[in-house]
Design a protein around this ligand. Structure first.
Ligand code: FES
Ligand code: FES
Length: 152
């Protein structure tokens, strides 16, 4: 199998994997990074959301061959040492999660949004397609606004 080099959470990694292996399975099964979750495998639920070169993507729908030499960030790579990312802190402060399954993806989608604007409108937040079976959307909205206020 081919070897792919990429940067995951600020560490250079080499992965021996089939070219069509989904990034989600590379992360979870080959690298043991289990923050990104498998929900649908169809680019619908977004539970698998991570950042590739800073942009939110569904990792179930991205092949390892498409991310060679790119920078991948999972929720495990958001904190700066013991200091949480403002989005993570806002999520804790607002007690957002219920079952928690969708939340790593929700947080990564929020990080992507706030990298594009610090003043997201309701429409910007509603454009996040990540699904939550527990219906935490109201608290997600509050937490995104709180995180924006905390960010420089
Ligand atoms: S697992 Fe549902 S979009 Fe990736
Ligand atoms: S917190 Fe349960 S699915 Fe979102």
């Amino acid at each position: 199998m081919p070897i792919y080099n990429l940067n995951v959470n600020n560490q250079a990694v080499s992965v021996d994997a089939p070219a069509n292996m989904a990034l989600l399975w590379v992360l979870r099964d080959k690298l043991g990074i289990t923050g990104p979750k498998y929900g649908c495998g169809l680019d619908v639920c977004k539970a698998c959301t991570c950042l590739v070169n800073g942009k939110a993507v569904s990792t179930c729908a991205v092949k390892i061959s498409e991310v060679a030499n790119k920078k991948v960030t999972t929720i495990e790579g958001l904190a700066n040492g013991s200091t949480l990312h403002p989005v993570q802190q806002a999520w804790l402060d607002r007690d957002v999660p219920q079952c928690g399954f969708c939340q790593p993806g929700q947080i990564m989608a929020a990080v992507d949004l706030l990298s594009r604007t610090r003043t997201p409108t309701d429409a910007d937040i509603d454009a996040i397609e990540n699904m939550c079976r527990c219906g935490t959307y109201g608290r997600i909205r509050e937490a995104i606004r709180a995180a924006a206020a905390m960010m420089p």
